[in-house]
Design a protein around this ligand. Sequence first.
Ligand code: ADP
Ligand code: MG
Ligand code: ZN
Length: 560
Amino acid sequence: MLQVARDQLKHYFGYDHFRGGQEDIITSILTNHNTLGIMPTGGGKSICYQIPALLSDGLTIVISPLISLMKDQVDALRSYGIDAAYINSSLTDTEIQEQMQGARNGEVKLLYIAPERLEAPTFQRLLQETPISLIAVDEAHCISQWGHDFRPSYMKISSMLNHFSEQPPVIALTATATPEVIGDIQRILNISTEQTYISGFARENLHFSVVKGEKKKSFIDNYISKNPSESGIIYAATRKEVDQLYSSLQKQGINVGKYHAGMTELQRKRAQEEFLFDNISVMVATNAFGMGIDKSNVRFVIHHNLPKNMESYYQEAGRAGRDGEPSDCFLLFSPGDIHVQKFLIDQNQHDTSRKSAELTKLKAMVDYCHTEKCLQGTILHYFGDHRPGYKCGKCSNCIDDRESVEITREAQMIFSTIKRVNERFGKTIIAQILKGSKSKRINELRLDQVSTFGLLKHFTQQDIVDMIDFLTAEQFIVLTESKYPTLVLQEKTLPVLKGQETIFKKVARKPVAIEENDQLFTQLRTLRKQIADKDNVPPYVVFADSTLREMSAKTPSTRE
Ligand code: ADP
Ligand code: MG
Ligand code: ZN
């Protein structure tokens, strides 16, 4: 049977081989099982229903949420010589009647339809009069309240299925693989776990990086000036940021375009085409850009802001390197972006359980930014593909050659502090206590009485916050979801507090206790100057950020 499928693949699409996952899914469908296929964006989900559609006698119904995508898909199929049609609100009634007629006459093999239309009487009649061989539900996560893109109209699918006396097999496809979403799709569409196929999530050619503590604008300028003719996308959170980045890059003579919902449809369409045809190399855009564009040679995707969840991130970053060539995905992290995302969730989501689900997703996104594990591995893990100890060897964590130092003692102090204040405070206060800060809040709350007060005074406040972020990403601590989030200890901390387990963290260099010793500072300054002058840093002299900050704080006049 599969040889026939392979022949069709070659005949219609010109491909020699199925990609990972496609074969299993197609076999499952051809043996009449309801099937769920989970593959990342660009993985090749369409072929999983298009080939079975070609191999069966009746009509295949494809439920798809995006009107713009429908037309593209149908045009593409027609260009391969496959009879396809679509029905959505962009068509006139007469046009709809024509498409229906074609479907009834057996002139159409695949009929794409928007979920809103499923209950229309004409469509109902079609279902009764025409043999249906397959029902494909594209972007199936839209059926789940847990998904990032829930569409109430997708609920109509299950009532449609109930109308069949003999139900044709259903194939559901999505790029979302969180357990809640998978569970919903399986339950609503009646698909078993055995017939659920997750595949192809690893994108070996993508080099993921999280960039922290650098000026975002200079990072972008720098990267683009080093890769002047490469095609890439820069995602920013707001129209305003898009406009600003766009004009700044344009001033530098970069061949840049922009895309956001504030532009007219025509402007957007033009920008998209210019990018597709390589007339512009860099596209600065909000997340409105990219749905359904299939540009193979995108060499980099830079996220100027934190995305709202891993699903969006992987989908957007995954637009790089579709041709399989090495490509870069940078996420420029700043803690302020977390507040922006929380604010947006707060503004837009009023249902409490949905809100809490979105906050949980955001948390996973933030943990991704603070983890020291392989970034590709972390993404795979999130999507249900668990590979303990996996190292892609290319992401910013895998190639991070900073020294790992033991921070068990520091972690113990952080845990003890959280415990001593009865888990009532967030990371700033905890860091201030350990730093021995004399801030107003510390005084007011008499937190200088806590026994760990000042025990980490040789670190900067930021170093301590970094450690707390890291311990949160490693799930030793969780941050509550209340308006004023507080740090709460997890059971995992017990063995650490008892000294049975050690914790390591990458740092530029082990921070040294710098006493208030002017002579030492003078020596360090001289040394640093020498190093800077020679631009040739001996490997054994590296300054911790904390040391540098303390130095410059104490001697502002000699700051370089
Ligand atoms: P998805 O819906 O999973 O995002 P698509 O179905 O749009 O992905 O396919 C993405 C691209 O991969 C398309 O250009 C498609 O033609 C191509 N593709 C799919 N299957 C194969 C295959 N077996 N061999 C080569 N290219 C393929
Ligand atoms: Mg698709
Ligand atoms: Zn890695």
